[in-house]
Ligand binder design. Structure first.
Ligand SMILES: [Zn+2]
Ligand SMILES: [Zn+2]
Length: 279
């Protein structure tokens, strides 16, 4: 099942420690490889958050399957610090499999920008895990009336347009943020994360049995930390992902309905295995 909000469509799979991979079919891109799904093979570029195997192990399968299907070589954008070892592993797999299929591993550092399609681009963003990691924000380039024209009536704007007055300015609107695995600093230190229309954020732990302290120890986020910041978060939709595998659906629904303020519940979506769950 898909999640759709405005121009954003998402499919994917996520369970903490097992597998995480999200596909954005409209943008022909994905976040994380998970263990390598069939749907992922047709996606020409994948942005990897970090090297833990629940996010990265599908990379060799991805390259190999694209070669088998005679698809153009895939592009894997990865945190710069793990680009070399990933290339090494990939070369070894090629030897083992006896195929020469190409595929590029492209290192990315925080704040680097990758054009996605006309009027959309992606920015790599620093995230905070136990190993080198990145989050990502997709922006839309949008026309906005310059401040001095904002109070004009429609017919006045039309007149200025006819005169070819430069009344617009271009603004970058964050439409989607993806946290990967990270502690809450990803939200605190990158203001655009809380402004993104859709936010995909990890919430590995959600109850008192696993504390905030423990989440932080492991470079993860606890639901409580997100809820504390909720009043300042402008996100239209917040998709909680990477929930610990210990939580069964019945249980997490009960906990989330209890903990998330009723007026805020419609903003939340829980990604449970291969589908979004709406509270
Ligand atoms: Zn993980
Ligand atoms: Zn991880």
């Amino acid at each position: 099942m898909d999640f759709v909000h405005k121009e954003i469509k998402i499919t994917g799979y996520s369970v903490g420690g097992i597998e995480t991979s999200f596909i954005l079919p409209h943008f022909k891109m994905a976040f994380d490889f998970g263990r390598g799904s069939e749907e992922l093979i047709d996606i020409p570029r994948v942005f990897l958050s970090h090297g833990h195997l629940d996010h990265s192990s599908g990379i060799a399968y991805y390259f190999s399957q694209r070669a088998l299907k005679n698809l153009p070589p895939g592009e894997a954008y990865v945190p710069a610090k793990i680009a070399k070892p990933l290339k090494k592993i990939n070369d070894l797999w090629k030897k083992i499999e006896g195929f020469s299929g190409a595929g590029s591993i492209i290192p990315l550092s925080p704040n680097e920008i990758v054009p996605i399609q006309e009027n959309y681009f992606l920015r790599a963003v620093e995230s905070y895990h136990r190993i080198p990691s990145l989050g990502y924000i997709i922006y839309k380039k949008s026309q906005k009336l310059k401040e001095q024209y904002q109070n004009l009536a429609g017919h006045q704007i039309k007149k200025l347009k006819e005169k070819n007055e430069p009344i617009f300015t271009i603004v970058d609107i964050p439409i989607l943020a993806f946290s990967g695995d990270t502690s809450i600093e990803f939200l605190d230190k990158n203001p655009d994360v809380a402004r993104a229309k859709v936010l995909i954020f990890e919430a590995t732990y959600i109850d008192e049995k696993r504390t905030v302290e423990r989440a932080r120890q492991w470079g993860h986020t606890h639901l409580e930390e997100i809820l504390e910041r909720l009043p300042a978060m402008e996100n239209e939709k917040i998709i909680l992902t990477h929930l610990s595998k210990r939580y069964q659906e019945k249980y997490f629904v009960k906990v989330l309905q209890h903990r998330i303020p009723p007026a805020e519940q419609s903003r939340f979506v829980i990604w449970n295995k291969d589908r979004p769950y709406f509270l």
